[in-house]
Structure formats: C-alpha cells, structure tokens
Write a protein that binds this ligand. Sequence first.
Ligand SMILES: Nc1ncnc2c1ncn2[C@@H]1O[C@H](COP(=O)(O)OP(=O)(O)OP(=O)(O)O)[C@@H](O)[C@H]1O
Ligand SMILES: [Mg+2]
Length: 280
Amino acid sequence: MNLHTSSAAASPAPAPAPSRRVPVARTLGVSRMFGTGSSVVHAVEGVTVSFERGVLSAVIGPSGSGKTTLMHLLAGLDSPTVGSVELDGVALDGLDDTRLAALRHERTGFVFQSFNLMPALTALENIRLPETLGRRVRRNDRAWEQQLVARLGIAPLLDRRPGELSGGQQQRVAIARALAHRPAVVFADEPTGNLDMRTSGEVLALLSELVTESDCGIVMVTHDPVAASHAGRVVALRDGRIVSDTGARSAAQLAAVMLGSTATAGGSGFADIGATAVER
Ligand SMILES: Nc1ncnc2c1ncn2[C@@H]1O[C@H](COP(=O)(O)OP(=O)(O)OP(=O)(O)O)[C@@H](O)[C@H]1O
Ligand SMILES: [Mg+2]
C-alpha cells in the first residue's frame, strides 16, 4: 500500500521537515576504547546521537571527556570498538578505505583550531585545494564559491597567502574551503581556539548563519562556553557519555555546566541543565 497517496497527492509535495530528513551524521551505541587490560581507556561509551542539517551543534565537555574521539568516529576518521556510525545515511562499517575516503571527500568538510591552510598557496588556491586533489567540480559550484567568499568578507584577500592574513581571516578562508563543495556536514574542532574573543564571535556568528544558508549540519567541538552559546543545540559529554542534550543555552548556563562537570562528586551542572533539557 502506498502511504503517500492521500490528501497530499493533489498539491505539490512540501519540502521535508528537517527532522524527517536523513541525519547528516549519527552514531548508534558507539564505544571507543584505547589500550587493553588495566590501562584501557573508555574514551567514548555507549553514545547514540544524530545531527541534522541546518543546525550548528556544539559538543562540549571537559578535557578528556571524549569530544575529539566522538568527532573522529562521526567523521569516519576512526572506527568504533563497538556500535555503528552513519555519514549522510551511509553506514561506515564495511566500507573499505578508498570508499570511506571518497565519502569523506564528497560529503564532509573540516575546520581546525590551527586553520590548516597550506602556507605556499593563496587563499583561493587553499579554498580550491580539495578539487586540485581530485574532488569533482559540480554545476553551480563556482557561483556558490563566489557567494561564500562574499558572505565571509574575504573577496579582497583571495590572492594573499596565509602568512599575510590575520587569524580570523585565515579561519574564514578555512570555512570557505570546508563549505565550497556543499558538504552534508562540517566538523569543527575548537574552531575559535586560536582567535581573540571578538574575532571568535564574528566567526561563530558566520558559522551559525552559514549552517542554514548552505543547508549542511555543523558539529563543533569546544570547551568554550561562549563558543557553544552560538549553537542551536548543545550535547554535553562527560567521561565519554552524553550527559545532556539541549537547545541553545547562554554562555553563563554553559559555563555552569562546564564547571559543574569538573566537580569530583555530586552537584553536577550537567544534571542541573539536563533537568531543563529541550528535546530536539
Ligand atoms: N589515540 C589514543 N590513545 C590512547 N588514548 C587516547 C587516544 N585518543 C584519546 N585518548 C584518550 O581518550 C580520552 C578522550 O580523549 P579526547 O581527545 O576525545 O578528549 P577531548 O574531550 O577531545 O579533550 P580535549 O578537550 O583536551 O581536547 C582521554 O582520556 C584520552 O587520553
Ligand atoms: Mg579534543
């Protein structure tokens, strides 16, 4: 039986609601252990989480809570010890290295704390580096690139090399590189870690606007409550586990979360915020 033939048949099909779309990245019961025996570290433990398009999501938690490990699992840069991961609807278990690399190449973008631009290349050559390395250029990619460059305010800087750019300008170039091929998901690990407060704010504001304009999902790992306060969703980790999953929170609320998380016993800020969690 066709379940989609009732009243909707007469009118044009509405755009799918974001929540109905395929998650851009998701884990199902993933754990990642390092080491063996008495020295085993449970970096990520039993995490089930999914990320959608159009949302800037922050993954927060104290140092060592498993943020980077989880991001690497979501991006297919590491494999779980237990559980499974899907990237834009594709199950990663069983993919060989070539197919995994191709999937990452086409559907993900990365923004790093240290910008990771090639010093010998101009800003524009850096933005196009992935295609120089073999990523195919699709119709409208140049128009989108132009739009992105204008949006990020880097049009006058395209001929400059990274050494001739400020940190904030370099990170804007890195964001253009991450978004130029319209990935399903961008992973950002402490993207404002090397920027001053004002520049951080500008970069984060751009990320939160571009996440809707480019219709990708952005998963940002950070231990900075101010950075996380720009996110529409905040997933908090502690000891490798998700302890809360909420909508947007103020920097002050998130600072309380972070401080509470470092308490050795009781009184967890995570528990407090978890109690008021907004289900998404
Ligand atoms: N390759 C590895 N080998 C052994 N242990 C590891 C490895 N990678 C991470 N770990 C351990 O896993 C735990 C989680 O590390 P992870 O880097 O994910 O934390 P994090 O939340 O990103 O911390 P930070 O905020 O300091 O970047 C830590 O105890 C870390 O020492
Ligand atoms: Mg980390």
